[in-house]
Ligand binder design. Structure first.
Ligand code: FAD
Length: 502
């Protein structure tokens, strides 16, 4: 069949392309940049019905479909496994469909960015709690929900964004359009909960790396943004992994102290983050003077409904941090080095990560290995990272040299912490083979050391299988769910080594 003609009839001639320059720009991931895998077509649909029609055609012809949000995922999740297929660019669907103050929910099309949505909400005194990923100025709701994203703000208080999703509209591989959560009942007019009406089938599409269906609409809980907030930043001069692990656990054991975010920035990221921040906010030059040796930095931001509550919580939070040897507190203002205040007041939560990735200068690119672990395992994971680094010293030197280490760690759900480990390498053809080898080995090491990837894309999902993380019965179960929903394996083939032709 003439596929291009058929898709043009569905979406209109302006929203599908097979031009080389379009295919090329959609053929690269934001990370790695190691390889290029061009799709045959790029399609930018504008309605649920258009997506349904495209999937019906693709399913019949067994053509790979790769959903793409903001394209800011760092593990090649938006690339075809080899050449070919259709990339479905979801950013044409970015409307807020329902802002419901009685239910405290918002229903959106999945192509809207976290920043767009939260700007709308904050103007009205609300936010999504967990503000999406650190890339939220370009990353969209569909991408964040496919990754269990955390990091853009509010991770300690609200956890991953997926916790707040109460229902989805999804287009399945055969073109069927389904609504999950309470919206699955035709008698329920406003979606409000994910639980009830049988098993929680919304979850199948959350954190799925885009393999189970195309998320087109999502209903998220929204929260009133508390009026009072505070922030403090500390320098940790010795045994940082142990000290940070202790502080974070003490915070959790102390009950609800209103912590919104709690970050640990080891040396490397302090230097890297500052590189960018300094250029944007000259006040941080001062901090560089305060902190010339680039010691580990820890900070928290917290929120409260009253001044009294805030004061009590801040007192406790500071005491729990300062009771550890070698921990010192910066002054309260941004100029004093209080990066926590910059993080919260100046929208730093959506900017800080952008500094890390440029750490090594022009031409440097991230090969990330982000994952969750329990708080108390921070020291063990740091040991595993150091061991891997010394075992791979030669390759790391040959690759540019590549920078390896912990970018940052942040407090997430309950006793979970998210660690931003990985590599920063140089995107030069002569280093590509080494870079590929290092990244694969790094991802598998994290998996073997007990790290739980949440943003897996193509690479990490395969590292899970290559490292033998899943038992046969579990992997079979995953396959059974995937092929029940997508018998021809057309949606996002290749991830977890599942799907049609590779
Ligand atoms: C500077 C920077 C900072 C970052 N910080 C963080 C962070 O703090 N936390 C974090 O979690 N991640 C972070 N990331 C990684 C990434 O941006 C996020 O995980 C983000 O949520 C991905 O969203 P996206 O819209 O860019 O998705 P994309 O990269 O476009 O897609 C991600 C995955 O979701 C699938 N997908 C996208 N839309 C749909 C849909 N509608 N239906 C089905 N599947 C879909 C894709 O196929 C792909 O597998 C960062 C990236 C950068 C570049």
């Amino acid at each position: 069949m003439d596929l291009l003609k058929t898709i043009k009839e569905i979406v209109g001639p302006d929203y599908v392309s097979d031009a080389d320059f379009i295919r090329q720009s959609y053929g690269k991931g934001i990370a790695g940049g190691l390889i290029e895998k061009r799709p045959d077509y790029v399609v930018r649909p504008h309605s649920v019905e258009e997506i349904s029609e495209i999937l019906k055609v693709a399913n019949k012809e067994k053509i790979p479909i790769i959903p793409r949000g903001g394209g800011a995922g760092l593990l090649d999740g938006v690339l075809p496994p080899k050449e070919g297929g259709i990339v479905l660019d979801m950013t044409g669907m970015d409307e807020i469909l329902d802002f419901n103050e009685d239910n405290l929910t918002v229903t959106v099309q999945c192509g809207i960015t976290w920043a767009q949505l939260n700007t709308f909400l904050m103007e009205r005194g609300y936010y999504t709690g967990s503000l999406g990923p650190g890339s939220g100025m370009s990353a969209v709701i569909g991408g964040g929900l496919s990754h269990h994203s955390v990091g853009g703000g509010g991770a300690a208080k609200y956890g991953a964004v997926t916790r707040h999703c109460v229902g989805l509209k999804v287009v399945l591989a055969n073109g069927d359009i389904i609504t999950t959560g309470s919206g699955a009942s035709k008698y329920i007019k406003e979606p409000f909960s994910r639980w009830g009406l049988g098993p929680d089938l919304t979850s199948i599409f959350l954190g799925d790396q885009g393999i189970m269906g195309i998320k087109v609409e999502a209903t998220l809980l929204i929260y009133p943004k508390p009026k009072y907030r505070s922030y403090r930043t500390f320098m940790i001069k010795r045994k940082a992994p142990k000290v940070v692990s202790k502080i974070l656990l003490d915070y959790r054991k102390a009950g609800d102290l209103g912590i919104y975010d709690a970050f640990w920035l080891p040396d490397l990221s302090v230097a890297a983050g500052l590189g960018l921040i300094v250029s944007e906010f000259t006040v941080f030059k001062l901090w560089k003077e305060v902190n010339p040796k680039g010691k580990d930095v820890f900070f928290y931001t917290c929120e409260a409904e009253s001044e009294e509550e805030l004061e009590q919580n801040v007192k406790k939070l500071n005491e729990l941090a300062l009771q550890n040897k070698g921990v010192e507190m910066f002054g309260p203002e941004i100029e004093d080095g209080n990066i926590a205040k910059w993080h919260y007041e100046k929208n730093g939560h959506w900017q800080i990560y952008h500094g890390f990735w440029g750490a090594a200068g022009r031409g440097s690119i991230p090969q990330t290995a982000e994952h969750h672990i329990p708080i108390h395992q921070i020291p063990q994971m740091m040991d595993a990272l150091s061991k891997w680094e010394s075992e791979n010293q030669d390759l790391l030197m040959k690759a540019g040299p590549a920078i390896h280490g912990l970018g940052s760690a942040l407090l997430c759900d309950h006793t979970t912490v998210e660690m931003d480990s990985g590599l920063i390498v140089f995107n030069k053809p002569e280093f590509r083979e080494i870079n590929e080898k290092l990244w694969k080995s790094n991802l598998e090491m994290v998996v073997r050391s007990g790290g739980m990837p949440y943003m897996a894309g193509m690479r990490y999902s395969r590292a899970l299988i290559d490292a033998g993380a899943f038992s046969d019965p579990y992997y079979n179960f995953l396959k059974a769910v995937k092929y029940a929903l997508d018998p021809n394996g057309i949606i996002s083939p290749g991830k977890f080594y599942l799907g049609g032709k590779e």
